[in-house]
Design a protein around this ligand. Structure first.
Ligand code: MN3
Length: 245
């Protein structure tokens, strides 16, 4: 037990120091999300849209095939395009173009990078219910959930309520806060607002209407309940393991 506490304190202390010294690059440790494919092309310096890890109809009936197809090929693709465009505009400004629109393009960068990363985490955070999706977490993640929320049911209840009550469009998240070595549930508005430095995303549910309206119309809570049945807990565990080092 002593060894465990010492190790945890050491990790927390190391993470906090790294975040303080190295700045932005340490907001999310590279190891956490490095196996998340954002389709970044080193040569062109542009992002591309990665394929889904399963077929468009694989999550039905929880999430229908038309929603999945449009969500990935139109909405997610739009964020990738917007991200590349924002980066290009910021490069032009660096190279001497009119800087009066800088703030606009910085916000566009945040919005579209958020959209691309959120969706990439979303797709890979789910799995077909006959192939690993659903159930409950086990192992160290289950223990951390019990430690920080009391029980899985208590976590699940807060996560669903947080996602349901997002004002307008946004996301519900389970995040890891490395400086204090704890899990938190957060809301996100749009693709980026209300998130804070240090937060490492583990599990996110998209509650924009485009994510559920065809099947669930205004019944956001019903959609979230079905989302819970396709969570890829093995992948969420992997992200947690990477986050705690
Ligand atoms: Mn979406």
């Amino acid at each position: 037990m002593n060894t465990d506490i010492t190790r945890r304190q050491a990790i927390t202390s190391m993470t906090a120091t790294a975040a303080g010294v190295a700045g932005l690059s340490s907001i999310a440790p590279a190891s956490t999300l490095s196996t998340l494919d954002l389709g970044f092309d080193e040569k062109t310096k542009e992002y591309t849209l990665p394929d889904l890890p399963y077929d468009y109809d694989a999550l039905a009936p929880h999430i229908d095939v038309i929603t999945m197809t449009i969500h990935h090929t139109k909405h997610h693709a739009g964020y990738v395009k917007g991200l590349n465009n924002a980066l290009q505009k910021l490069e032009s400004i660096r190279n001497g173009a009119d800087a009066s629109t800088l703030q606009h393009w910085q916000r566009q960068l945040s919005f579209h990078a958020g959209g691309h990363i959120n969706h990439s985490l979303f797709w890979t955070g789910m799995a077909p219910s006959n192939n690993g999706g659903g159930g409950t977490p086990s192992g160290t993640l289950a223990k951390a959930i019990e430690r920080d929320f009391g029980s899985f049911d208590s976590f699940s209840s807060q996560f669903k309520n947080a996602a349901k009550s997002v004002e307008g469009s946004g996301w519900g998240w389970l995040i890891y806060e490395p400086m204090s070595n704890r899990l938190l549930i957060t809301q996100m508005q749009n693709q980026q607002d209300m998130m804070f430095a240090g937060a490492i995303p583990l599990l996110g549910v998209d509650v924009w209407e485009h994510a559920y309206y065809l099947t669930y119309q205004n019944r956001r809570a019903d959609y979230i309940a079905e989302f819970m049945k396709v969570i890829n807990w093995k992948e969420i565990q992997r992200r947690y393991d990477a986050a705690i080092g």
